[in-house]
Write a protein that binds this ligand. Structure first.
Ligand code: ATP
Ligand code: MG
Length: 311
């Protein structure tokens, strides 16, 4: 079932604001709320929110750059977007110009049951908000273990986040509990793959993990796109790797490829998404193109379930 059709099921359940503080439309994070079944959770779902999970256990492949740049490009398309920084490195946090040492970020939401509304901060780009990460998150993986059964807890938290069309979760470079829980909360997965020699390494394992989560924990989960990043058209190896990834995963690879671009590498040190830092750069234009492609895949229900997608 695509999540578009699931949404319409959800949206017609009526509902009495279960799990919500009716007055303010904010979620209650009490014990009862967390123990609600998935069905009850979905009753508070707002119409069209989709949760995208940007993940690849390989480090430095462009996850954070993609989360920020895609988020900002979706804002340019008129959406309200929330980036959730799940990585203890907190690169998405600093990358949009927010301090890494703010209290009550994602750690507070996940481990201390703090209201999600108190964790959201605005960025310099109107329409782009953030739930920041911090060094506290380094211990979160271990602390999450007893709470694993609450995979839907994440979903609840994100669903209560407010009036966003898209939530983008930036994952750490691992397939640990944080990433698995993000996959349980997610609708669509975006996998950045760097156009370099070891690109395919680990990809099969990642796709197997996604498939396992889909089968056992989250039937809505679909791979939206493998995104080739840091492509260098003058470099034969880069082009060969891109071809090879396309050959292995013909249906999953996005048409849009992200070029290697100095401006993309510079943008985080200015705390700005590329669409603000240098809107006319090739990097900004390619992420705008990717946003268009992903939007289209979502709207036309072209999201691809994993089975059959791998050559
Ligand atoms: P990690 O696994 O550590 O979280 P990541 O997968 O999130 O890393 P990024 O932080 O997005 O990867 O990118 C790694 C480095 O490469 C950063 O310095 C970033 O600025 C740079 N970078 C990302 N995309 C590009 C690109 N298209 N062109 C040039 N540099 C890039
Ligand atoms: Mg990162």
């Amino acid at each position: 079932m695509t999540y578009c059709s699931l949404r319409s099921t959800i949206d017609h359940t009526g509902g009495d604001g279960f799990g919500y503080n009716g007055q303010h439309g904010k979620p209650r994070f009490d014990t009862e709320f967390f123990l609600l079944s998935f069905i009850a959770v979905t009753r508070v779902t707002k119409a069209a929110m989709r949760i995208l999970v940007v993940t690849n256990q390989k480090g430095g492949v462009g996850k954070t750059t993609t989360a920020i740049s895609l988020g900002a490009a979706l804002v340019a398309r008129g959406q309200r977007v929330l980036i959730v920084d799940l990585d203890p490195q907190a690169n998405a946090t600093s990358g949009v110009g927010v301090r890494k040492d703010l209290p009550n970020g994602i750690y507070g939401v996940l481990l201390k049951e703090q209201p999600i509304s108190s964790a959201i901060v605005q960025t310099g780009l109107p329409g782009l908000d953030l739930i920041p990460s911090s060094a506290e998150m380094s211990g979160a993986e271990v602390e999450l273990v007893p709470l694993l059964a609450g995979g839907s807890r994440w979903r609840q938290a994100m669903r209560g986040a407010g009036d966003y069309e898209t939530v983008i979760i930036d994952c750490p470079p691992s397939l640990g509990l944080l990433t698995v829980n993000a996959l349980v909360a997610g609708d669509g997965v975006v996998v950045p793959v760097q156009c370099e020699y070891y690109a395919l390494e680990g990809l099969a394992q990642l796709l197997e993990t996604i498939e396992a989560v889909r089968q056992r924990l989250n039937e809505r989960l679909e791979v939206l796109a493998i995104v080739l990043t840091m492509e260098d058209r003058r470099n034969r190896l880069s082009m060969q790797v891109a071809d090879e990834v396309r050959r292995h995963f013909p249906k999953l690879v996005a048409r849009t490829r992200i070029p290697r671009s100095v401006r993309l590498a510079e943008a985080p040190s200015h705390g700005k998404p590329i669409s603000i830092y240098d809107p006319s750069s090739r990097g900004a234009q390619s992420y705008a193109e990717l946003a268009r492609e992903i939007d289209h895949r979502l709207k036309s229900r072209e999201a691809i379930p994993l089975s059959g997608a791998i050559a």
